[in-house]
Design a protein around this ligand. Structure first.
Ligand code: C2O
Ligand code: CU
Length: 518
């Protein structure tokens, strides 16, 4: 069950790891291991993993404003209406819980409504979604609607679009779900500690017109938990063992996979399906054109990314979703797993084949932005890591153009512009880069345009020593984050802002407000 050494959370190659560990020792443990893990004895002598409240980095400035000073439009005015013809209301209560994820694996968690993942919210395309967040934890919380193009005031970024919701307080999020697909939500106050600690869930937006028929529609979150002794253990939804889902022979199954972990960055999480051929029908919620059948193809899923799979249940077998270890070479493992239909995970699992490649999959079609489009601006961002100082802590920092947040600067845009971003990953690590408030078109990898389906993502997994070009239409005014969704990297520097030149914010990040988005 235990799949990773205690220091895996450092997520850096061995050389850097040694250097970082030295710093950690010198700085008496104030470094990369968040949430000061402890264990306590639960019932029947079982150890329980205990969480301690997240803390702001010691060098967080007093007050930082992420908006355009004097901008004529305030974040607070960028909001959805109070009413609409089709509304869906939910209440999410942030509260502590003690979760049993498997025999002998009990952990304290921070949850929405007592479970982690929190409730899966099902809504329809075009609904006005109204979510009341009530905070019963002892520290501030927000909710970010990952991948949904919400109005800026509903984006849930503490210090940019709202103040963190204090203990005992509440906040109402309102947004339209115009784009169908698989999305998720998580806290964006102390996002690393709070998301890793359990404050996340899934939100599914059903299309107005069905694009793929499915008899069974199942969503699964891949989440790494800290077990006793600081080891990371991968769970599928609520278990580190096997999940079972009913499905009859011949039925069509849509499986939505969300990676809610800050997966190790030297390898991406690999998953595959054994027992039936499958198609990848959507990435990050957006349908692909002409997806082809795949057989046991490993799917690299970066932190925060989503894959929607479609397959038909065979006449006499079960179908299993399995995950791979992050050892080198990686191998599929028997747990955790998700089994559809009657049966168990095969004892012998396939070897790992060449990975799924989103740049060649599916069939070409018209895309809203292509490499030949006119770009109003092009921004290049190098991604790297080095030992240094981030907000008063010494350790491994993760840099954008050689700098760490808040010195990373910003990308200033105007409404209506088509903006291209060139990511150049010069490091040995994977960086799943996420833009808030917009989805983007993937234009090219290593200067080679895509040859398959157009691909729209909100999080692009940039492999080591690889370049990606993406582009988006600036059609959602606000103050938006652009950051690595390996939340350890975000916590240690890898964030910047995309700011519309007319938008100001009344909120601040820093010690005075207590807002600390990462
Ligand atoms: Cu899912 Cu800024 O994050
Ligand atoms: Cu990263």
């Amino acid at each position: 069950m235990r799949r990773a050494p205690a220091y895996r959370r450092l997520q850096a190659p061995a050389f850097y790891m040694v250097v970082t560990l030295a710093f950690l020792l010198i700085s008496a443990g104030c470094g990369n291991l968040p949430g000061g893990q402890q264990t306590t004895t639960g019932g029947a002598g079982t150890n329980v993993n205990v969480l301690s409240a997240p803390q702001a980095p010691p060098g967080l400035p007093a007050s930082l404003n992420m908006g355009m000073a004097g901008g004529s439009t305030s974040v607070d005015s960028l909001k959805a209406p109070q009413h609409a013809a089709h509304m869906k209301r939910f209440t999410l209560v942030a509260q502590p819980a003690r979760l049993t994820l498997g025999p002998g694996f009990i952990t304290d968690a921070w949850t929405f409504n007592g479970t982690s993942p929190g409730p899966t919210l099902h809504v329809e395309q075009g609904d006005l979604v109204v979510v009341t967040l009530i905070n019963h934890l002892s520290f501030g919380v927000t909710i970010h609607w990952h991948g949904i193009n919400v109005p800026n005031s509903a984006d849930g970024v503490a210090g940019a679009t709202q103040n963190a919701v204090k203990p005992g307080q509440s906040y109402v999020y309102r947004f339209f779900t115009n784009d169908p697909g698989t999305y998720w939500y998580h806290s964006h106050q102390f996002s690393e500690a709070e998301t890793d600690g359990g404050l996340y869930g899934m939100i599914i937006v059903d299309p107005a017109k069905t694009t793929f028929h499915a008899d069974v529609d199942y969503s699964v979150a891949l989440h790494e938990w800290n077990s006793n002794n600081n080891q990371l253990v991968l769970a599928l939804n609520t278990t580190v063992g096997t999940l079972n889902e009913a499905a009859q022979p011949g039925q069509w199954v849509r499986l939505r996979i969300v990676n809610t972990s800050s997966t190790a960055s030297s390898v991406p999480q690999l998953v595959t399906l054994v027992g039936a051929p499958f198609k990848v029908i959507a990435l990050d919620g957006h349908d692909l054109n002409g997806p082809q059948w795949l057989n046991e193809t490993p799917l690299p899923i970066g932190s925060a990314q989503r894959y929607d799979l479609l397959f038909q249940m065979p006449s006499s077998r079960s179908v299993a979703l399995v995950t791979a270890t992050d050892s080198n070479p990686a191998q599929y493992q028997n747990i955790p797993a998700l089994v559809f239909g009657q049966g168990t995970v095969p004892t012998t699992l396939p070897a790992i084949k060449p990975w799924f490649d989103l740049t060649t999959y599916g069939r070409p079609a018209h895309a809203t932005i292509t490499p030949q489009s006119h770009f109003d601006q092009v921004d290049s961002i190098t991604l790297n890591n080095q030992v240094g100082n981030s907000l008063g802590r010494m350790g491994m920092t993760y840099t954008m153009n050689g700098k760490v947040f808040p010195d990373t600067g910003m990308i200033m845009v105007k409404e209506g512009q088509v903006v291209k971003i060139h990511f150049d990953n010069q490091s040995d690590l994977y960086h799943p880069m996420h833009l808030h408030g917009h989805f983007f078109v993937v234009l090219a990898r290593n200067d080679r345009p895509l040859t398959g389906s157009p691909v729209y993502l909100d999080t692009v997994l940039v492999p080591p020593h690889t370049r990606y070009d993406i582009a988006f239409l600036a059609n959602n005014p606000g103050v938006w984050m652009l950051h690595c969704h390996n939340l350890l990297h975000a916590n240690w520097g890898m964030d910047m802002m995309v700011m519309y030149s007319n938008v100001s914010t009344p909120y601040t990040v820093g010690k005075i407000s207590g807002n600390s988005p990462d």
